[in-house]
Write a protein that binds this ligand. Sequence first.
Ligand code: FAD
Length: 416
Amino acid sequence: MRIAVLGGGVVGVAAAYYLARDGHEVSVIDRNALPASETSYGNAGLVSPGDSYAWASPGALKMFVTSLFRSDLGIKVRPSLDPHFLSWTWQFLFQCTPGRAYVNTLRKLRIAMYSKQCINELAAETGITYDSGQSGILYFYRSQQTLDQGARHMQLLARHGLVIEVVGRDRLIELDPGLAAARDRLAGAIYSPMDQTGDSCLFARNLGGWCEKNAGVRFRYGATVTGFAVDGARISAVLTDDGPVAADAYVIALGADSALLGRKIDLRLPIYPVKGYSVTVPVHADRPAPRLGGVDEDKLIAYSRLGDRLRLACKAEFAGYDRSHRPQDFSTLLAVARELFPDSADFQRAEYWAGLRPMTPTSVPILGRARYENLFLDCGHGHVGWTMACGSGRFVADIVAGRKPEIDPEGLLYAA
Ligand SMILES: Cc1cc2nc3c(=O)[nH]c(=O)nc-3n(C[C@H](O)[C@H](O)[C@H](O)COP(=O)(O)OP(=O)(O)OC[C@H]3O[C@@H](n4cnc5c(N)ncnc54)[C@H](O)[C@@H]3O)c2cc1C
């Protein structure tokens, strides 16, 4: 079958790999000049089933409302009369009950655990490198009280297969001596040895190159998808500013823009952009630097060691599709980075970035067939899309092939 994958972020490129592996003739269409030039470019780099908690929860409800009035929180909501924002918010609030949070978290954990296994198998099969780290992630806390709360909270994931170790300050520094300078500020951590780190941009670009060379995947860069041509129950072509592209099947993997394109064919996808920021700094070769990935749970900052670089990310801002950033957007992030790793990196040479998480109200991605016989979805991966990209791609390739996916599809499939 000829399959057009719309979107060459980490999600689209992973899907292209699995579809090509099934023998399909795959092309990837993207408006940028290289894969992973948007959200997959500068994320925090965590491959983290340990971060599977759905955002919508009773606690998030309080934070969401508080953030309307305060600007010093990790989350910022700019109220808007955009009907899509209002509709998304309404659906998000509906997911904030303990029962919904429980169901959504376990659905996410299922795809995240599967995906981590898929990433490792894919990397072994292709030999691609992506500055990966396989030694786990530390979710650390600054007070005994928040550590105890966090440890209780993490039990849900632990009961469903995530290996965790609750560690005090000494063991925390033993696990990652790169945090030694901040020792006195930290109470302890939840260590998740199953979690990993890696650069999703490098992953997507190296995998894209591998697919072009070894699996005949064709990348059509610099082409913006503008709509679809429909013929009865089927999509007959995808329309781009570079002309129509006809295929036998189409996979929407357009990240935060999936909802915008879906609307062209009356496909209502509950995906809204949630902006985040990151800085990437070169690590000093001769000084101590973090070895593992980490999340400062009290400051809501995540980081990864990516080869000779350190990447730190923060914030969840509801600001529509605006991808711009200003120096002041990074002040808290840089202050915490300097506090945790004062001698580790060259902060003068920071690369600044902002991107849009394609969030669903449930935090669960939207996968599978939708509305048309030959239209498939691989979108809405939210705050852990790098983690879920390979599992989602393999899942969607199974659905396209008419095979039973390797994991239970309950709650993962598109429902109109
Ligand atoms: C600050 C921040 C930190 C994060 N940290 C992590 C983390 O640590 N771990 C994790 O797992 N996830 C993390 N994420 C989430 C993760 O980055 C995303 O979920 C993931 O990158 C989404 O991938 P994607 O391929 O769906 O989207 P994208 O990477 O945005 O890809 C979509 C592609 O579609 C293309 N496109 C869009 N519209 C069109 C069009 N009309 N025509 C043609 N092409 C189009 C774009 O050019 C783009 O290449 C983070 C996100 C942010 C913002």
